[in-house]
Design a protein around this ligand. Sequence first.
Ligand code: 13P
Ligand code: SF4
Length: 314
Amino acid sequence: MTASAVLSGTDLAEEILDLKRHRRAILLAHHYQDAEIQELADFVGDSLELARKAKDAHGDVIAFCGVWFMAETAKLLNPSRVVIVPDKDASCSLVDGCPVEPIREYRRRNPDHTIVGYINTSIEVKAECDILCTSRNAVAVVNSIPADRTVLFLPDRNLGNYVQKETGRENMKIWQGSCIVHNTFPVRRLLDAKALYPDAVVVAHPECPLDVLRHSDFIGSTSAIIDYCAARPFGDYIVMTESGVQFSLERVAPAARFHYVANDNCNCSECPFMRLNTLEKLRDALIDLEPRVEISADLLARALPPLERMLAIR
Ligand code: 13P
Ligand code: SF4
């Protein structure tokens, strides 16, 4: 199919829906995508939910509107599907801050340690891990490891500190990576927002620094935050995560008021990697079936077991 054949006489959203049908594609979107992308998606979720959806996806193509490591996870779990991402540069500061060589070296030096890798890692790093986790199941994953084993948790130091606090685990080393969005939410701005909305409930993603989490009423993954607000759909909320969650929050709790705290990095609360994906790029990706995720057979064989170990934990 040529681009011009697809483009004639339809608006962009309709073109994408037509292409989706033509390509037998499922459109998966993370909560941090622009609302116009989420509106077209077959499923919107957090990283764990998206991995499970990708695993069960039928059709020929998974159009993954999220960041690259999430699309790699989808390909790992459903390798016979073509997996595309609208923008190949949609990375993640946690991935970029955790190269594989030092992890291989750590493994060589500490063969008896258990390496727990956050899903926000490259496929090469995943292949060196014993088990993976997401923000939703990190506490359960670490609790599943025998108490006498030393754990290396990588790469997010804030999630690692949070998990260590929740599990009470002492023999746990933590890689010092961070998210450029959540790690730069300053507690000073949260306290200002609390002064402005004294009755507000603070909901936070565990990638936020511990001093922010200390002032939070609920801590959880993006979907866990949305579910929490859906169960109490009224009053004021201060939201300490990426503002893309607004799309679902307004849907599940239309009478509640949500206040977003800007970070010190962009003076906003948007992930610059996630926001690289646009409707235009999604349309082009469905036409070209590029940028496409490819994983070598060797990496697939080594990265899948730690991912499956995680999925076995409910
Ligand atoms: P979730 O697992 O909550 O979707 O988080 C992914 C992420 O990248 C948070 O910044
Ligand atoms: Fe990575 Fe942070 Fe963006 Fe999530 S919000 S994808 S952790 S940079």
